[in-house]
Structure formats: structure tokens, C-alpha cells
Design a protein around this ligand. Structure first.
Ligand SMILES: C[S@@+](CC[C@H](N)C(=O)[O-])C[C@H]1O[C@@H](n2cnc3c(N)ncnc32)[C@H](O)[C@@H]1O
Ligand code: SF4
Length: 376
């Protein structure tokens, strides 16, 4: 089974932390959708022996497209590939795009999982992030989505914002728990190379939050969400039982996936490629049937091993040792186990059901542990 990702490269305005590919020139929408559909024709074989299990419309802001535009994309998918076994169809939405009427259109598309970018329930924090919505609006929109019949909703929250306090994060957690959604992603603010906050930091006009406070925030989130019945099944992701993201879990456990649209990444089990990260270039290249939209990377066994270990160890179930041995041979697997022993002895890792995973204390120092396992 495989995944399909579609990148919608538009935003109404840019948030100061974000470096995902998106632009504000919405007049390119029609040409972009034409190009997206033309790109599908170049990848017809991808799902020949492997049916689509998950579809994910991400961005950018997919909810800036009209119901009709989204349907055009979905119909083009259905015309080309078998979607009879799709279990999960997610769409990322910004809270201020969701009206009752629009939600009904999404429901019948048929999207069955909504990912709503709330980020915070504190207005001053939202303003600083340059979000378009206010806290109350996000709160009401999640309720509206539940009312419209969505029973698999995830919200994004952010922590370690420079002006955030333990109290304000506690308040956002209270509001999130009140909404009783099935899934919460909680991301620590990252200073990505091309974002505005990184430029501000380089100019000494912004200071990241103190690391110890950020660590306390991570603990607070996991303690409170786990206590409320969520499982932390990946470093940044919490789900009620049975509501783990199947699409993202596929990425973390080595599933094949096809990414369509500018900047989208794909993995066919051996090869990895990414599309050109520029919307106009993408449209032109697809229009002229040029192959240059893809930047291919053929991974050797060591690199594939590193990738799987890197992503799977960030999940609660960790990495399957039998699968690892079968796919990558005894030498790599034995080396990993030898290196893992000191972390197992220190209580930061454990092996159960023949899977190697981080313990709760290990999760927080996951970066340094995992980097130790990489084959260079
Ligand atoms: C593709 S983005 C956004 C989807 C949608 N446009 C929105 O803003 O709600 C997915 C999520 O990544 C998170 N994110 C993006 N940039 C981030 C950063 N620099 N640090 C931490 N989280 C980030 C945000 O929580 C965001 O909702
Ligand atoms: S966080 Fe979402 S709305 Fe903000 S710039 Fe990134 S993709 Fe666009």
C-alpha cells in the first residue's frame, strides 16, 4: 500500500516562522491545477502494483482552493488510479477558511480527516506568528467541523515561542483538551533557513526561548496530553487510540509515496526525488513536458538504513529488528544493537516484541541518540 501527497503552494499571507513552499499569488491557481493534473499523467505507473492507501492534501494552504477546484483535483486522481482502498484522506486547513458550507463540500469530496492549523489559543501569540485567525475563531471552527460530521480531526499547536510562558501554553492545552479532538500535533518552533524569524534572529532582533523552558514545555505537553488519554506515538504527535495518522506513519516506516506539485517529495522504495521548489517553474516545466521538474537521489543501502532508523525511532513503536535484518543484513543490524546497548542500560531505549524504541526519557534526547546510529 502507498501514499499520495498533493502540495498546494498558496497562502493568503506568510507566517513568520514558515518556510514551506507557498506564495500569495492566487491568480496562478488554474494554471497550477492544470499542471498538477498533467504531472499525474507522468506518474501513472506509480500505483500499478501498489494501491493508494492514504491521500494527503498539504501545503501551503489547501483550504484556499474552492470546493470545485479541490474536486477537480480529486476527480483527476480517481480517473487515473484505484482509490477503492483509500483509508484516510486528509486535508490541511487554516481555521479562517472553514465555513459550514465549505466543510460540507469537503465532507463529500470525500475528505475524512481534517488537519486544522490552530497553533495557539492566545491572541497575542497568533498575532506574533502573523496568523490570519484569532483564538476564538479557531475554537469555534473546530466545533463546527465536528458538527459537520468530521470524526477524525487533528489540530496543530506550536510551543517554544519566544513570548510564550508555561501559563499561556497551559491555557492553550486547556482549550485544545476542551475540544476533545482525536489527534494533536505539537511542534517546537523551528528556526528554518528561509523564514522571517531566522532573519530577525540573525539581526539580533529576536531571541529564541530559553532551552530549559522549551524542554519544560515539551514535558508539560506530553504529560497533560497523555493524562488526557492521548498516546504520544511520535515525538510531535499525539492520538487517541486508533487515530494515529496513517499517512505520516507511512513516511516514518518506509512506505512508498508519490508527491505531486512543486517541492513535493516522493519515494518509490529505492529512489527518492523532489519536485522543483518554485511554483512558476513547476508550471512551465510540466507544461513543456520537461523532465527537469525532478531532482532524483538514488539511495544506497546505508542511506536507506539511516533514513528508516532516523524516522522510525522517532515513533513510539520504534524500528522492527526482524524487518531491519531482512532488508539491510546482519552487519548493519548488529552494529545498531551494539550501539543501542548503552542507551538501553541507561533507560533511554528498550526492546520489546523485537522492536527497538526510545523510552519516554529517551524521546527528549532523541536527536543525539539517533545521530549516533547513523552510518557515515
Ligand atoms: C504545512 S504547515 C501548515 C498548514 C496550514 N497552512 C496552516 O498553517 O495551518 C503544517 C504545520 O507545520 C507547523 N510548522 C510550520 N513551520 C513551522 C516551524 N518553523 N516550526 C514549528 N512548526 C512549524 C505548523 O504548526 C503548521 O500548522
Ligand atoms: S504555516 Fe500554513 S498558512 Fe502559514 S505560511 Fe506556512 S503554510 Fe502558509
Amino acid at each position: 500500500m502507498a501514499g499520495l501527497y498533493v502540495h498546494i503552494p498558496f497562502c493568503a499571507q506568510k507566517c513568520i516562522y514558515c518556510d514551506f513552499l507557498s506564495g500569495t499569488n492566487l491568480s496562478l491557481r488554474r494554471q497550477f491545477i492544470d499542471a498538477l493534473i498533467a504531472e499525474m499523467d507522468c506518474c501513472l505507473d506509480f500505483f500499478k502494483d501498489d494501491k493508494i492507501r492514504t491521500i494527503y492534501f498539504g501545503g501551503g494552504t489547501p483550504s484556499l482552493l474552492t470546493g470545485e477546484e479541490l474536486k477537480r483535483i480529486y476527480d483527476a486522481i480517481v480517473e487515473r488510479w484505484d482509490v477503492s482502498e483509500v483509508e484516510e484522506f486528509t486535508m490541511e486547513c487554516n481555521p479562517d477558511d472553514l465555513s459550514e458550507e465549505y466543510l460540507v463540500k469537503l465532507k463529500y469530496l470525500p475528505i475524512n480527516r481534517l488537519s486544522i492549523g490552530v497553533q495557539s489559543f492566545v491572541d497575542d501569540e497568533l498575532k506574533w506568528l502573523n496568523r490570519r485567525h484569532m483564538a476564538k475563531e479557531a475554537f469555534e471552527v473546530v466545533k463546527l467541523a465536528k458538527h459537520a460530521g468530521f470524526d477524525n480531526i487533528t489540530i496543530d499547536l506550536m510551543f517554544a515561542l519566544p513570548m510564550q510562558t508555561i501559563e499561556s501554553l497551559n491555557y492553550s492545552i486547556d482549550k485544545a483538551l476542551e475540544l476533545d479532538v482525536q489527534h494533536i500535533s505539537a511542534y517546537s518552533l523551528m528556526f528554518e533557513p528561509d523564514s522571517k524569524i531566522t532573519k530577525l534572529m540573525e539581526l539580533n532582533r529576536l531571541e529564541p526561548l530559553d532551552e530549559d523552558i522549551a524542554a519544560d514545555m515539551f514535558d508539560l505537553l506530553s504529560e497533560r496530553l497523555i493524562e488526557a488519554g492521548y498516546e504520544q506515538y511520535e515525538i510531535s504527535n499525539y492520538a487517541k487510540l486508533g487515530f494515529e495518522s496513517r499517512h505520516n506513519s507511512g513516511y516514518w516506516h518506509g512506505m512508498r509515496y508519490l508527491g505531486l506539485g512543486p517541492s513535493a517529495h516522493s519515494f518509490d522504495g529505492e529512489k527518492r526525488w523532489s519536485n522543483v521548489a518554485h511554483t512558476i517553474k513547476y508550471i512551465d516545466l510540466v507544461r513543456n513536458e520537461e523532465l527537469g521538474i525532478r531532482n532524483e537521489e538514488l539511495l544506497n543501502m546505508d542511506e536507506r538504513f539511516n533514513e528508516l532508523v532516523f524516522t522510525a525511532l522517532r515513533t513510539k513503536i520504534g524500528v522492527g529488528l526482524l524487518e531491519l535484518r531482512l532488508r539491510f543484513g546482519d552487519m548493519r543490524c548488529d552494529r545498531l544493537l551494539r550501539q543501542a546497548q548503552k542507551y538501553i542500560d541507561a533507560g533511554n531505549m528498550h526492546i520489546s516484541n523485537n522492536r527497538l524504541a526510545l523510552t519516554h526519557s529517551g524521546i527528549y534526547i532523541s536527536d543525539s541518540i539517533i545521530s549516533d546510529f547513523m552510518i557515515v
